[in-house]
Write a protein that binds this ligand. Sequence first.
Ligand SMILES: NC(=O)c1ccc[n+]([C@@H]2O[C@H](COP(=O)([O-])OP(=O)(O)OC[C@H]3O[C@@H](n4cnc5c(N)ncnc54)[C@H](O)[C@@H]3O)[C@@H](O)[C@H]2O)c1
Length: 330
Amino acid sequence: MKISILGGGGFLGRKIAERLAADGHLGGKPVTGLTLFDRAAPPKPDAAFPVHCLAGDLLDLPPQAIPIGTEVVFHLAAIVSAQAEEDYELGRRVNMRGTDMVIDACRRLVSAGDKPPRVVFTSSVASFTGSQNAVMPDDARQVPGNSYGAQKAAAELILADASRRGFLDVVTVRLPTVIVRPGRPNKAASSFFSAIAREPLLGLETTLPVPDAFGVWVCSPRRAVDWLLHAAALDAARLGLHRGITPPGIATTVAEILAALDQVKPGASALVRREADPAIAAIVGTWPPAFEATQGRALGFAEHEPIVDVIRAFVEDDLQATLRERGLGT
Ligand SMILES: NC(=O)c1ccc[n+]([C@@H]2O[C@H](COP(=O)([O-])OP(=O)(O)OC[C@H]3O[C@@H](n4cnc5c(N)ncnc54)[C@H](O)[C@@H]3O)[C@@H](O)[C@H]2O)c1
């Protein structure tokens, strides 16, 4: 099975590539080739199959990014929430027109005689609006409260239509906020949900822009990767025209994340300083903190581990690399 990851140099793209390299198979089929595409050539994981790392712009997608014979495309390339809100043109360009380019690339494969490739698309909790008391049912309407969420919802629709027309075969995973993100803070409005655990574990101070009682829908990188791989192998006949799935994340609060942090490293939460940020609060304040995720469970998307295990997973998987990357290691 040939696989491409667009956005293969990003946080989740790298993790999927590493998992595929370690497993050597997807949905019971051996991986025979992996192409990683991003603005800068992504790092090459050690794998028993050929891995091609390509640099380029999604808007000018080279045919080698999705070579003939590709069966699965992970479309992760995106401009994330706060950046898409700050730079409207860039967000629209990558999140919408970039997705159009992916559709055209898949159409070329089908014209050449390939089966419509499975496209796993990463949409977001940010494509919904809900109050802090909301528990969203599976059939909740997507009413985005920010440009990023609107661009994701629009991309979901055109990908679903391209599936109906037989150009590709999309499964969209509407990801929760993924914590704990390794490395440095990024331009997602949700960046602080990771920072309040990561920075104290690095021994650094950080700020909290919302109240402790703030509710948030999260998942770990491990579980996000499990879900995206599950989506890649899912029988789409079970979905019909409805291609967007909310997997079972964790409905938690900032206070619970900080308590879990203290369980893993006693006293660490003292490094979190309360500093209100109305711009960030305005974006994340529209994201619903809980979803029923009934369909996701029924379709076999793995249940989540408790929040304390999410913090432990960062310590096990990413703490050392983050210390090295930031020049904090011994
Ligand atoms: N991390 C989260 O909490 C989260 C939550 C919900 C949804 N998502 C979605 O999941 C996906 C992966 O998220 P992530 O956290 O790994 O993001 P990321 O920012 O780490 O990775 C996205 C990658 O896309 C690349 N990219 C951007 N513009 C490009 C272009 N024009 N051409 C080629 N590549 C381009 C970036 O260089 C980056 O490496 C994204 O689509 C994101 O919107 C993430």
